[in-house]
Design a protein around this ligand. Structure first.
Ligand code: CMP
Length: 158
């Protein structure tokens, strides 16, 4: 069941069944209640997540108490929490389970992914390419949103 989900996921495009198994072997599964926080903006990021079922909202806030603005709503098959793994920085936003009774996630520890990539560099290359593709796609969407907001501000200023 997990292998079917991973095989269909864009993050694992091009991986053969044996390579998929490598990722399944190091994965953990966890269920979150509605409104439960997965992680908070600014915290240390040492895990990457795949949504098996449910919905995750990504929120950005300048006030640690408030939720702020919702940047994205991610659904089944989406991965999140990958940014802090790559730039070793703090979480860029808060992730919260939402809209469902429960949200099921697959979780990978960063050191386990790093070890896998080290031992299996060809598999690592495929995964890193797929993640780059996804990040580029998200940047395009973010640029469109920035553009829309800037235009709206200019309109107000005139
Ligand atoms: P990370 O910075 O580790 O923690 C917050 C996560 O939210 C981030 O990784 C991405 O996976 C995700 N994220 C941040 N910004 C966006 C966005 N604009 N669209 C979709 N997902 C995002």
């Amino acid at each position: 069941m997990i292998s079917n989900l991973l095989a269909q996921n864009a993050f694992f495009k091009g991986l053969d069944p044996a390579e998929l198994d490598l990722f399944i072997e190091i994965a953990e599964e966890k269920t979150f209640a509605n409104d439960e926080m997965i992680f908070k903006e600014g915290s240390k990021g040492d895990k990457m997540y795949l949504i098996i079922s449910g919905t995750i909202e990504i929120w950005k806030s300048e006030d640690t108490q408030a939720r702020g603005s919702r940047l994205a709503r991610l659904r089944e098959g989406e991965i999140f929490g990958e940014m802090a793994l790559f730039d070793q920085g703090p979480r860029s936003a808060t992730a919260v389970a939402s809209l469902n009774k429960e949200t099921k996630l697959i979780i990978w520890q960063d050191e386990k992914i790093a070890k896998l990539i080290n031992v299996h560099p060809e598999t690592g290359n495929k995964i890193l390419n797929n993640i780059l593709r996804k990040l580029s796609h998200r940047l395009r969407i973010a640029n469109d949103a920035i553009h829309t907001l800037l235009r709206a501000n200019q309109y107000v200023a005139i």
